[in-house]
Write a protein that binds this ligand. Structure first.
Ligand SMILES: *Cc1c(COP(=O)(O)O)cnc(C)c1O
Length: 377
């Protein structure tokens, strides 16, 4: 029996630019294998230059760790409540629980699929009436699409609640000309393997001032007091990025703009080739928003049709994935309070992420579109 195996098309694979190995080699040649070293500083400078707005970046071992440190720096502690966008990856919410606090989930609006300003204010008022003013808000630019920053920031400042801007999926996106990552009180990035650029694993906390960055680095390196011996006056973590991995990050920053362009080109290709199928629709950028189109997502009229497309792609060795399952529907968070309107649940049922890697060839995109189009003949 002879079977031909079709080339696997992945959802969002790593895509090296070329110079990563040279920077990693530099770490070897200078024996900067111990965690801290020049690659980390250079990577941080490259991030700071890219984001602008006088941001100070602290590179860490993951985006999850960055959210954890960010919440701690904002003073979140045991028994506190933190508002978190429900429609997201679990890593936005998990660190809230590491600090003994509880996430309160808020559903999405339909335009950007991110946190609904209307429900956000409702949630804040409800909790304040119970004497439980939320300690922070975690808002997410899901799939690279900026959330309604003006509205969220206006509410946050009205009630004086700080915002952690989860930009894990949105490096290269911007809102009214300002880069995502610079729009909250603290921002976070992720360099996990499936993100727009990767260091294999890693993240960054983006701070408005140097002293906050220094505090983050202090906490990320076991909170060592200034003494020749090891002395500690507070609890620390081992969250700093390795100098070897930061070398990959330096190389990736050199090609970030190309990666954004390629992802946006994928989106345009899908839109052009699939939008005459009346059953398939796409989210558009609201005025003033620029999405890195980390993943191209499509909406179908029903769960059944979504699954039909997903299975047909799977049959052709093409990876696709349903949209994030909202946190308020996750078994682990079943006892958490949530403010819902049905939007994220509906998106979860009907939406699908298509292969979106920056290394996709035109032939790959054509193969994916043909597979989908064949279902509608
Ligand atoms: C990937 C991701 C994170 C976590 O980043 P890691 O680097 O994988 O820890 C957080 N939030 C969102 C929305 C993500 O997609």
């Amino acid at each position: 029996m002879k079977t031909t195996v079709l080339k696997k098309i992945w959802l969002s694979p790593p895509h090296m630019g070329g110079n990563e190995e040279a920077y990693v080699k530099e770490a070897f040649d200078t024996n900067w294998i111990a965690p801290l070293g020049p690659n980390v500083q250079q990577f941080e400078h490259a991030i700071e230059d890219f984001i602008g707005s006088d941001i100070h970046a602290a590179c860490l071992s993951s985006g999850t760790g960055a959210i954890h440190l960010g919440l701690q720096i904002l003073g979140v502690g045991h028994g506190d409540e933190v508002i978190c966008q429900s429609f997201t990856f679990a890593a936005s919410a998990n660190p809230i629980t590491y600090l003994g606090a509880s996430p309160i989930f808020v559903d999405s609006e339909e335009e950007t699929w991110n946190i609904s300003p209307v429900l956000l204010e409702e949630a804040i008022k409800d909790r304040m009436a119970q004497g439980k003013k939320p300690k922070a808000i975690v808002a997410v630019h899901l799939y690279g699409m900026p959330y309604k920053v003006d509205e969220v920031n206006a509410i946050a400042s009205r009630y004086e609640i700080p915002v952690i801007e989860d930009s894990a999926e949105a490096l290269g996106s911007s809102y009214r000309g300002f880069n995502c990552g610079s729009l909250g009180d603290l921002g976070i990035l992720s360099f996990n393997g499936n993100k727009i650029i990767t260091t294999s694993g890693g993240g960054a906390l983006l701070c408005k001032d140097k002293s906050t960055k220094e505090k983050a680095i202090f906490l990320a390196t076991q909170a060592r007091d200034n003494a020749p011996h090891y002395q500690h006056s507070s609890i620390g973590y081992n969250y700093r990025m390795s100098n070897v991995l930061a070398g990959i990050g330096r190389g990736q920053m050199e090609v970030l703009n190309d990666r954004v362009e390629a992802r946006r080109r994928n989106f345009e290709f899908y839109k052009e080739h699939l939008s005459n199928i009346s059953e398939i629709s796409f989210v558009t950028e609201p005025e003033g928003s620029y999405s890195n189109r980390w993943l191209t997502c499509v909406l179908t009229p029903s769960f059944e049709l979504r699954e039909k497309i997903r299975m047909a792609l799977d049959n052709e060795n093409i990876e696709s994935r349903p949209l994030w399952k909202p946190m308020h529907l996750q078994p682990v968070f079943k006892n958490n309070l949530s403010f819902v309107n049905g939007v994220s649940e509906d998106l979860f049922e009907r939406g699908l992420c298509l292969p979106s890697g920056s290394s996709l060839a035109i032939e790959d995109l054509e193969r994916i579109c043909e597979t989908i189009k064949n279902l509608f003949i």
